[in-house]
Write a protein that binds this ligand. Sequence first.
Ligand SMILES: *[C@@H]1O[C@H](CO)[C@@H](O)[C@H](O)[C@H]1NC(C)=O
Ligand SMILES: *[C@@H]1O[C@H](CO)[C@@H](O)[C@H](O)[C@H]1NC(C)=O
Ligand SMILES: *[C@@H]1O[C@H](CO)[C@@H](O)[C@H](O)[C@H]1NC(C)=O
Length: 390
Amino acid sequence: MEVRNFKFSDLLIVYILILSIASCNSWVVNGEDTLDVIHYGAKGDGRTDDSKAFVEAFKALCRGRYGNTLVVPNGRSFFVRPTLNFSGPCHSKNINIKIMGNILAPKRSDWGRECSLYWIHFFNIHGLILDGSGVINGNGEDWWSKALQFDKCDGLQITGLTHINGPGPHIAVTDSQDITISHIHINSPKESHNTDGIDLTRAIRVNVHDIPIRSGDDCIAIKGGSQFVNVSQVTCGPGHGISVGSLGGHGSPEFVEHLRIKNCTFNGGDSAVKIKTWPGGKGYAKDIIFEDIILYQTNYPVYIDQHYMKTPEQHQAVKISNIKFSNIHGTCIDENAIVLDCAKIGCYDITLNQIKITSINRKKPASVKCKNVHGTATNIISPKGSCVNH
Ligand SMILES: *[C@@H]1O[C@H](CO)[C@@H](O)[C@H](O)[C@H]1NC(C)=O
Ligand SMILES: *[C@@H]1O[C@H](CO)[C@@H](O)[C@H](O)[C@H]1NC(C)=O
Ligand SMILES: *[C@@H]1O[C@H](CO)[C@@H](O)[C@H](O)[C@H]1NC(C)=O
């Protein structure tokens, strides 16, 4: 009897132990194993530094033992400090970080004097899905330069979230392929400096769609090494529009090709669609389509600037060719409706088609200005005149 009793209670203890370990690290929702940052010690009280808990939870997620989904739960605010490093490679192929609550960056005064390049850094994680209905609040601080940096994250998908008050670019994707960013909201004040909405650098096969972006700088910046990028149903403004570049800074060779910016709207803002390159640069920007664009009181809506930052002409420049501006309608704020300022080497195969841009300023009617532009202009209702050479 005694022996049997002893064995039974022993089993019970083991059973309770297993149960508590299991419930400590994961719980089951809809039959899917899910990890919760709370179970790794995060408080979510808007005050406590939850960075360590986030890193531990991510490590468990990455090991893939307790499931593929990490939840940041609803109804709480999690303080995480720069730089929060989420590093792969991960054991599991498709990992999902579901942000339902708020993630909040600290104010500089709360964390001393250090500066960081990134607030949250995702590195070398393949097949990451970042979604949920939560808010990522960069707190508008300028002491680190990028809010969410994704580096070598092939197969990345970002959807659903709201990003507000980014410290620099809200979302920066570098050295990654097969990316989808859609159905998110990006919102920071137009006075904020360097707050690009989305930055793509050496990003290949990218789809960005259905995103309203209010920012202080570029709405979307497509930088060197990017190829096969589609942007559609994006609404920009305030901000500086969708920019290719700047390319060729410090004389470096940069290449951008096969971009399609389609069905986008620009409210106000400092420009709509533009390509900017530095004199003295090498490389090219080619095979780029800007089409079905709507403008509301935008400055420099159609712009090629090969003398970026008013830098004087040099003997070398980034080559620009096969660029199509098509079906662009709306208003600009002064005469600078179409400005194509190409370097001496010339821009080639530039197509302007179906354009009607009028100025809201009667004293400054819309005009078209070009330098060294070769291509065709057809169905241009306004501005009047053409300066495109064959
Ligand atoms: C994050 O990673 C960077 C290098 O990628 C490192 O310099 C930094 O110290 C790390 N930060 C933390 C908090 O671990
Ligand atoms: C971009 O759009 C074009 C035309 O619709 C399509 O052929 C291409 O596959 C798309 N690229 C990506 C990366 O989705
Ligand atoms: C263009 O974008 C708007 C939203 O910005 C969307 O409602 C509309 O369906 C899109 N049109 C096409 C042809 O994709």
